[in-house]
Design a protein around this ligand. Structure first.
Ligand SMILES: *Cc1c(COP(=O)(O)O)cnc(C)c1O
Length: 421
């Protein structure tokens, strides 16, 4: 989104006009931003067979999945339903990695029946796969390398106490199971959580997998997961993708040489591909001046964007209907009957009732974490593609909130019971 003399624009399309056309609150995504990120990731790696597996949980709209596919990106899923959406978007099942964490064997069976690439997250699951399928289903193994890096403890998944992956200390147990059941191990995987600041964490993880790879002569790929840090405000430290690409490419080439074969190098970015593309547009309901603070209450809340409340995430806010207004300090809150503060003491151009605000970097884990709490509708979603805004999901309606509810008629029931008695 760019500010010009004619206001805020996405690919030249006026954002306020989009808000008028589709109503508020509204998620708006910029396809060009996604395409730019894919290009940046690709161009940062050289001399390796890179595959990008978009982590669909970040933003799961089928039109977004189709855009990824059109751009030659494949998919990582954490549930069978996500994978089914990917198949609806046109992905072949074998292009979809299934990385479950603690799901039921029934769901694993469904994934295998669909033909997804299974990524095994525990020794009991590996044993079950061996007992159930013998040598007929190939797997990738998710390793916990015990590397503590990254930001928030809630999104850090590679440390020793994390629930994710099989500990590298259980290396011999993994191998024993694979040998006992003749399970074809075709991939090794780590996903050490979000928000790495530099290439070192990846390289440390890479060394663990390169060493482990000597146990498995039939590998097809090594998957480095994700955890790229993106900028949420000016001056934020971000993962230097170009530097990371150069260093990891180099290390990977040397590894392939030793291994004796060229393997595929996989990454599974979610946030990196879709965070920046997304804007949550909301309307100001009330500006309330308390003695100590001025509150701005908007027609949205933790039901539409929970990251500020759940992870203390910072989201830049723009007043797009009064960008040149004099600056004041505001605490921006939602309309949910919970404390749902988006931002505390934030300087913004003067906010008036009915002003349109935009929460930036709302593409990843924005819509995909929405709920209908307080019986509120989830927003509509719009994708701007080649200078045109397309509706890719309608706003909820009351019928959506009621769908599936079976309503008991207590009066009729009472009459029946009395008659029967
Ligand atoms: C969530 C997830 C990702 C994506 O993480 P980001 O921080 O959004 O890039 C990648 N791989 C797996 C297995 C995940 O669960």
């Amino acid at each position: 989104m760019q500010l010009s003399d004619q206001g805020y624009r996405i690919q030249g399309v006026d954002v306020l006009a989009i808000a008028d056309q589709f109503g508020l609150p509204l998620y708006v995504y910029d396809a060009d931003k996604i395409i730019e990120k894919i290009g940046l990731l690709r161009s940062s790696f050289s001399g390796v067979n890179l595959k990008i597996k978009y982590a669909a949980k970040a933003l799961t709209n089928v039109s977004i999945l189709k855009l990824m596919r059109q751009q030659g990106v494949e998919m990582d899923s954490v549930s069978v339903n996500e994978a089914r959406m990917g198949m609806l978007a046109g992905f072949e099942p074998e292009q979809i990695m299934f990385t479950p964490s603690g799901v039921s064997f029934d769901e694993i069976r469904e994934a295998v029946d669909l033909g997804l690439q299974l990524n095994v997250d525990s020794l009991p699951l590996l044993e079950w796969v061996g007992q159930t399928y013998g040598s007929s289903v190939s797997v990738s193994i998710r390793i916990n390398p015990h590397i503590a890096e990254g930001g928030n403890i809630k999104i850090s998944t590679g440390h020793a106490d994390s629930k994710f992956g099989i500990s590298i200390l259980q290396r011999s147990a993994i191998r024993a199971l694979a040998e006992r059941y003749q399970i074809p191990v075709v991939g090794l995987h780590i996903h050490t959580g979000s928000d790495f600041k530099n290439a070192n964490a990846f390289l440390k993880g890479a060394e663990v997998l390169f060493d482990l790879a000597t146990d498995y002569p039939n590998l097809r790929f090594i998957d480095f997961g994700s955890g790229f840090k993106v900028a949420y405000k000016d001056g934020d430290h971000v993962t230097d993708i170009v530097d990371l690409g150069a260093k990891v490419s180099d290390a990977f080439q040397r590894f392939c040489h030793q291994y004796g074969r060229d393997l595929e190098l996989w990454f599974e970015p979610g946030k990196f591909l879709v965070s920046e593309c997304g804007h949550l547009l909301v309307k100001t309901n009330i500006v309330k001046e308390n003695p100590s603070r001025t509150f701005v209450a908007v027609d949205s809340g933790l039901n539409h964007l929970i990251r500020p409340m759940m992870y203390d995430a910072y989201h830049d806010i723009k007043n797009i209907s009064n960008p040149q207004g004099p600056e004041h300090t505001y605490t921006v809150v939602g309309y949910i009957c919970e404390t749902d503060t988006f931002a505390t003491d934030r300087p913004l151009p003067e906010v008036r009732p009915d002003d349109v605000l935009s929460f930036e970097n709302a593409g990843a884990y924005g819509f995909s974490m929405t709920s209908t709490y307080n019986a509120r509708f989830r927003p509509a979603e719009v994708l701007v593609y080649e200078e045109t805004a397309y509706l890719i999901r309608q706003r909820d309606t009351l019928a959506d909130l009621l769908r599936g509810q079976e309503i008991i008629d207590f009066e009729e029931l009472t009459t029946k019971l009395v008659n029967a008695g």
